[in-house]
Design a binder for this molecule. Structure first.
Ligand code: ADP
Ligand code: MG
Length: 459
């Protein structure tokens, strides 16, 4: 029989979406409502065998008891306890119990009324260093977990209501927008970007984004789970830089050779000038030689100095032209022909031109190093749906099956003077551009490296 006879109370108690219960002064459950039973997966009779101390450690019970005694003594009117209850299926459900006390006419305590709320999501958010956030379809933040304080030095309240993009590095914001537009139909996808810390520096975050839709497919909410990956980014940058310097060093010999030719020509013309036998049309030749030197030096600088990532529209054919010019001296020295099979005269994609060149240099250099006795390297470009397919096929030594899997792992190299970083950096760059890279190889036959990159929709 219900403890409280008031039928209105009984209706409210039974139909409340919030867990409710009555407990005696020792905390034993006297009456529990369906919402509370559902929360823990127990039937009513089963729960009535417990008290609100169920599953608590003795220490925790002790702490709760002090507060409860204060309530009984009339020193506290409401008391909130946080408890971890075991669900019937074995997992922990974090609840907040809000207790009030009911007294008789003489003010003697009779029993407790407990409101019980499942706060598991908030508990996980509060204790996790991952940042959980919800945004409306227009990007305005509706919830940000307290862990944002440790990562970005901001209070959730300072962010709620603002557009999530306004906390992101301006260079990354535009790229994110396009990744989002492209991938928002996926169930979940990952974005990497820099976010501004309250004190002005930037923190690298990796966020898993999930779009929640209603039955008709309209976006209701965007959920993000972000993690601070600044440390990892720094380590990657170090490897990236050291690989660039090694490449620059290795290329220096070829480049010195390459610069000597135009210099010799310029020196010759200069002597002609001194002897008064200079003709006007020689000027054009001299200028071309200077331009050539300038181009080669610029290429070397691309590798030697750290560059800011900047996305722009580039023609892959033009980038490949620049790269092959740089590698040609080494190719000629090794009796290697670089052949081009391009299905179209130009292929425009959104990318960081310098990084893309670095990938091509890595892949072409590997191909050349695999062919000490010379041969052909075929570079082909063709559209495959919305993707641009770039294949570099060599006739070199090939790679054993087990080794193919290890390419791209840091420091995996079969060469005496190899760094084993080139492919790692290349994979990373292609991945950051939303593309993929695949290697197929046959020992003794040669290797083909295929790169797929998204092309902006072509009209
Ligand atoms: P490195 O060139 O410094 O060794 P990379 O990361 O560029 O480092 O390449 C890793 C390894 O992958 C190479 O040492 C080589 O064993 C293998 N590899 C990559 N490309 C080719 C290729 N075209 N032919 C044969 N082996 C290759
Ligand atoms: Mg290499």
């Amino acid at each position: 029989m219900p403890l409280i006879q008031d039928s209105l109370f009984t209706i409210a108690f039974q139909s409340s979406p919030i867990g409710m219960a009555l407990a005696d002064l020792d905390g034993r459950w006297l009456q529990v409502n369906p919402a509370f039973c559902d929360m823990l997966g127990y039937a009513e009779e089963e729960l009535l065998a417990f008290s609100f101390h169920m599953d608590s450690s003795l220490q925790e019970q002790q702490r709760s008891l002090e507060r409860i005694n204060q309530m009984i003594a009339g020193e506290l009117s409401v008391c909130r306890l946080e408890k971890g209850y075991l669900h019937r299926k074995g997992h922990i459900v974090w609840v907040q119990l809000s207790l009030t006390i009911v007294r008789d006419e003489q003010s003697r305590p009779l029993y407790f009324i407990a409101h019980i709320q499942d706060v598991s999501a908030q508990m996980i958010a509060a204790y996790s260093t991952d940042i959980i956030s919800y945004a409306a379809p227009d990007g305005s933040l509706q919830y940000v977990s307290p862990s944002i304080k440790t990562v970005l030095g901001l209070e959730p309240e300072e962010m709620i209501g603002q557009n999530s993009l306004s906390f992101i590095h301006p260079e990354d914001a535009a790229a994110l927008q396009s990744v989002y537009e492209r991938d928002s139909s996926e169930e979940a996808f990952i974005m990497t970007y820099r976010s501004r810390h309250a004190d002005g520096h930037y923190v690298w975050l990796e966020t898993t984004v999930r779009t929640i839709r209603d039955k008709t497919g309209v976006t209701e909410k965007i959920i993000g789970i972000a993690r601070d990956i600044t440390e990892r980014k720094h380590a990657e940058q170090l490897m990236h830089d050291s690989e660039k310097l090694t490449l620059a060093g290795q290329l220096a010999a070829g480049i010195a050779h390459e610069i000597r030719n135009p210099l010799t020509a310029i020196k010759g013309f200069f002597q002609l000038l001194q002897s008064g036998k200079m003709k006007r049309d020689y000027y054009q030749v001299i200028q071309e030689e200077f331009l050539r030197i300038e181009l080669i030096i610029n290429e070397l600088l691309v590798l030697a100095k750290p560059q800011a990532v900047s996305c722009d529209r580039y023609d892959i054919v033009a980038l490949l032209d620049d790269v092959t010019k740089l590698l040609e001296p080494q190719a000629i020295l090794n009796n290697i022909q670089l052949q081009r099979r391009f299905e179209e005269a130009a292929f425009h994609i959104e990318c960081d031109g310098n990084q893309m060149k670095q990938v091509f240099i890595n892949v072409l250099k590997n191909a050349m190093e695999a062919m000490p006795d010379g041969g052909d390297i075929v570079i082909s470009l063709k559209p495959v749906g919305n993707l641009l397919q770039i294949i570099v096929q060599d006739q070199g030594c090939g790679i054993a099956k087990e080794a193919v899997k290890r390419i791209g792992q840091p420091f995996f190299s079969s060469k005496e003077a190899g760094t084993g970083l080139g492919m790692m950096v290349s994979f990373k760059i292609i991945e950051e551009h939303g593309g993929s890279m695949h290697i197929e190889s046959e020992l003794g036959q040669g290797t083909s490296v295929a790169i797929l990159l998204p092309m902006p929709s072509r009209i």
